[in-house]
Unconditional design. Structure first.
Length: 476
């Protein structure tokens, strides 16, 4: 991996900047040398899942795929959990307004959003696979490519830059495990890669070439945990309750068969009676053929009949609640629910999705953008990936109401700085400074201290500087 350039500015964005200074801090007590050496490990011991179907990573991936493919509520809850993050407005924020940093932001914007072999929304969709699998792993693939800023002259020389060709998704089912160093930090991942001939081979991808997005990490264990894990029990019971309901409909649609054998029945009559009762179903060809030794009837069920669908609806609500989208079930199946309840639930849900979107931005800002910029520019002032329009609507309404009250009471004065801050919060364009008004036709240019030509008495006034004749003075 190419070395990053030396960092020179004191207001640099990286936490670990390098300036080359020879000055040292003045501590009150000397720092022991051992304090600069890491001794312990941040890695957490992996505990095998107590559910046998989820005991290994491979089994987990298979089971979660089954959950998504077999249950509409699981699929819908995942779609609802991804929609706000996918629908957010992502943009690159420059480090500041300096021309150099604006050009760097333009370069990063082009490479991330337009300059890769896959679209940004497709990459974002693959990033959110961490919902199901606990993490999503991408390998950085670089290439040399020509590029020039849009503001450059058409005849300006183009330059070659080290740019991202793609962020290559590495499916979880192909990964053999996460590799860690002695202190519990990730050092790479193992994968069973597939070559052009369809053959698999074991490869190790170092952490320097990876960007890993983790959902619900435990310490430095970047394997994460699937959001579906806490819904597995509800899915399991719902899955079998639907089977019970289907059996009830098929087996007991006409009631519970009751066969009464008359005195003198034979063993064949008994065997036939068991077979008849077991195979009696409700369908368009249902009928009974009996001997004189049998009486066929249907037993009356005593007490309350078990409603499997009612229990299944409870687990369905819990599946939706697992992703905080239980408000989608309000009004379904005769259930009630007020608009205020749904609004409160949706607001909390969108705030949680804003956290997910910001986490994605943090990972890219920490592990991808600094390399992309440092590979091409002698700077340590990096732009940042930001996201907006993910759950801010209600907050902006409250902010607008609060600002209106403060201004009405005279507690806040809307000066230029305050107005610019408010515009920034509501994502409005910056207020442009008013341009100086153009002088009227025939007026002297700026800097003429005499005030122009005199027209008193129709004569020619004394002027200073190179001032043209007023159009209203007429020809002499």
């Amino acid at each position: 991996m190419p070395r990053l350039p030396s960092l020179r500015r004191k207001n640099a964005t990286p936490a670990r900047q390098v300036t080359g200074t020879t000055y040292a801090s003045s501590p009150a007590v000397p720092v022991p040398p051992a304090n600069y050496t890491e001794i312990g490990s941040a890695g957490s011991a992996l505990i095998r899942d107590p559910v046998p179907e989820l005991g290994t990573k491979t089994n987990q991936i298979r089971m979660y795929k089954k959950m998504v493919r077999s249950d509409a509520s699981v699929r819908v809850s995942l779609r609802a959990g991804k929609a706000p993050v996918l629908g957010g407005d992502y943009y690159i924020e420059p480090f500041d307004e300096q021309p150099e940093n604006l050009a760097i932001a333009e370069f990063v914007t082009f490479n991330l959003f337009n300059g890769m072999t896959t679209t940004w929304h497709n990459i974002l969709f693959q990033i959110l696979k961490m919902y199901e699998n606990g993490n999503s792993v991408f390998e950085e693939v670089w290439e040399l490519r020509e590029w020039s800023p849009k503001k450059s002259s058409p005849t300006a020389n183009r330059r070659k830059y080290t740019m991202l060709r793609k962020l290559a998704y590495r499916p979880s089912e192909t990964l053999t495990g996460i590799e860690y160093d002695d202190n519990g930090g990730p050092s790479g991942v193992g994968q069973k890669a597939i070559d052009a001939k369809g053959q698999t081979k074991d490869v190790s991808i170092p952490i320097e070439k990876l960007v890993i997005f983790t959902f619900d990490p435990d310490g430095t264990n970047i394997e994460g945990e699937s959001i579906l894990r806490s819904a597995y029990e509800n899915w399991f019971y719902k899955y079998h309750l639907y089977k019970i309901d289907a059996i009830q409909k098929e087996r007991h649609g006409i009631g519970v068969p009751e066969v009464e054998l008359q005195p003198g029945y034979s063993s064949n009559d008994l065997k036939w009676a068991h077979e008849l009762a077991a195979n009696l179903r409700t369908n368009e060809r249902a009928h009974i053929v009996r001997t004189t030794m049998m009486k066929i009837g249907f037993a009356e069920l005593q007490g309350n009949v078990v409603d499997a669908l009612e229990s299944a609806m409870h687990h369905d609500d819990m599946i939706m609640k697992n992703v905080m989208v239980q408000f989608l079930n309000l009004g379904v199946g005769g259930s009630g629910g007020g608009r205020a309840t749904a609004s409160t639930s949706m607001d909390m849900f969108l705030k949680s999705m804003r956290y997910v979107a910001n986490t994605i931005c943090d990972s890219i800002n920490s592990y991808l953008i600094p390399k992309l910029v440092a590979y091409n520019f002698q700077t340590d002032q990096f732009p940042a990936l930001r996201v907006k329009n993910v759950g801010e609507a209600k907050d902006l309404q409250m902010l607008a109401a609060a600002m209106a009250n403060l201004v009405d009471k005279g507690l806040v004065t809307m000066d230029d700085d305050t107005e610019q801050w408010v515009r920034l919060q509501v994502d409005a364009p910056k207020k442009m400074q008013p341009r100086p008004e153009a002088p009227p036709v025939g007026a002297p240019p700026a800097g003429n201290l005499s005030g122009g030509a005199s027209t008193n008495g129709g004569g020619t006034g004394v002027t200073s500087g190179n001032v043209g004749k007023s159009p209203s003075s007429g020809a002499v």
